[in-house]
Design a protein around this ligand. Structure first.
Ligand code: NAD
Ligand code: UDP
Length: 323
């Protein structure tokens, strides 16, 4: 029988690729989204698909999904720093109340619940690379705390549900992921740099650019999330690509790859911007048999192709269904 899986936040960047992946392997998908930071266009190519449905709802208020379900993926949350800084209360609400409602839905149906948590739970990490056993270094009252603490609370709530009610949970700690369907105005580093390079605008490196991130291509990330969902592991499990770059290296790579004449300008570093980030993925390799396989050059080339063909240029049309 076809499994019917609920994807909260399914019209977002990662969520829409997850919907595609699940449908491609034969599952049915109910995408629940309020379109606050995601876009209808991300799932418009699935309109009329016999195993796909979209429900518009704010999941921190209600998750109006009727009928049998076989699993819940909770990806609903603003994820880009400019997005969550602009929606502080909504971010805390979807991480807390949204997670509670998602867990209740899974518990009611006796099915598995996967939480899309984040490397941000490690804050500005004192341990490098980050292992799942590291508790993190988060400023609980700074501007980023609306996201970091919401995700830390969501992890705590998931584990409490597991202990108190036996709910089958999985916690994925997702590290910086990029690829087609990032919004051009999303504000994250890869979309900013690629769009700036294609438009011939100077690339905005925050601070001196010595801070590092480890970037995972979206198809690899989605494969990791699905491998975790299909396992019986509760986690948390780091799902990311351990290849680490400074943001200045990334800017130069994007300029070279696009053949852009754009220069590089430095802008102020955001408050509490983590200085380094790199996942230890020993657990995912061993327990899930998963590891990323897309190089930064290949992943960036596909991302550049997406923005170049579509939205990177000032007159670029909106796109639906890019894979
Ligand atoms: P995104 O903003 O593109 O997607 C989030 C989706 O959730 C959007 O479609 C948005 O409209 C929806 N949403 C937000 N609040 C909602 C609400 N209250 N009710 C219903 N829908 C709501 O971001 P993304 O990059 O696709 O991230 C997806 C998930 O993965 C997030 O939970 C994020 O925290 C997590 N994550 C992503 C990354 C990354 O690098 N992309 C890294 C770590 C964690
Ligand atoms: N960044 C940058 N220029 C930009 C956008 C981001 O230098 O135009 C930096 C940012 O300061 C951070 C890194 O790139 O050090 C990753 O930022 P992003 O917002 O993508 O994700 P984060 O890991 O901070 O959540």
């Amino acid at each position: 029988m076809t499994r019917r899986l609920v994807v909260l936040g399914g019209a977002g960047f990662l969520g829409s690729h997850l919907c595609d992946h699940l449908l491609d392997r034969g599952d049915g998908v109910v995408c629940v989204d309020d379109f606050s930071t995601g876009r209808r266009a991300n799932v418009a190519h699935l309109d009329g698909h016999p195993r796909f449905a979209v429900v518009e709802a704010d999941v921190s208020r209600v998750i109006p999904v009727e009928g049998r379900i076989d699993g819940v993926f909770h990806l609903a949350s603003p994820a880009s720093p400019p997005d969550y800084l602009a929606r502080p209360l909504q971010t805390l609400a979807v991480g807390s109340e949204g997670t509670r409602l998602g867990l209740e839905l899974a518990a009611t149906h006796g099915v598995r619940f996967l939480l899309a948590s984040t490397s941000e739970v490690y804050g500005d990490p004192a341990v490098h690379p980050q292992v799942e056993s590291y508790w993190g270094n988060v400023n609980p009252v700074g501007p980023r705390s609306v996201y970091d603490e919401a995700k830390r609370f969501a992890e705590a709530l998931s584990m409490a549900h597991r202990r108190a009610k036996g709910t089958d949970v999985a916690i994925a700690r997702i590290f910086n992921t990029y690829g087609p369907r990032l919004r051009p105005d999303d504000g994250r580093v890869v979309s900013n740099f690629v769009v700036q390079a294609l438009r011939g605008d100077d690339l905005t490196v925050y601070g001196d650019g010595s801070q590092t991130r480890s970037l995972c291509y979206v198809a690899d990330e989605v494969a990791g999330l699905v491998a975790l969902f299909d396992s019986d592991l509760a986690g948390p499990v780091n799902i990311g690509n351990p290849d680490e770059y400074t943001m200045l290296e990334l800017a130069r790579t994007v300029v070279t790859l696009t053949g852009s004449r754009a220069g590089i300008v430095h802008q102020p570093l955001p408050v509490d911007d983590p200085t380094r980030r790199r996942p230890d993925i020993t657990l995912a390799r061993r327990a899930l048999g998963w590891a990323p396989s897309t190089s930064l050059a290949d992943g960036l080339a596909r991302t550049v192709a997406f923005f170049g063909a579509n939205e990177g240029r000032p007159d670029g049309p909106a796109i639906a269904g890019y894979r």
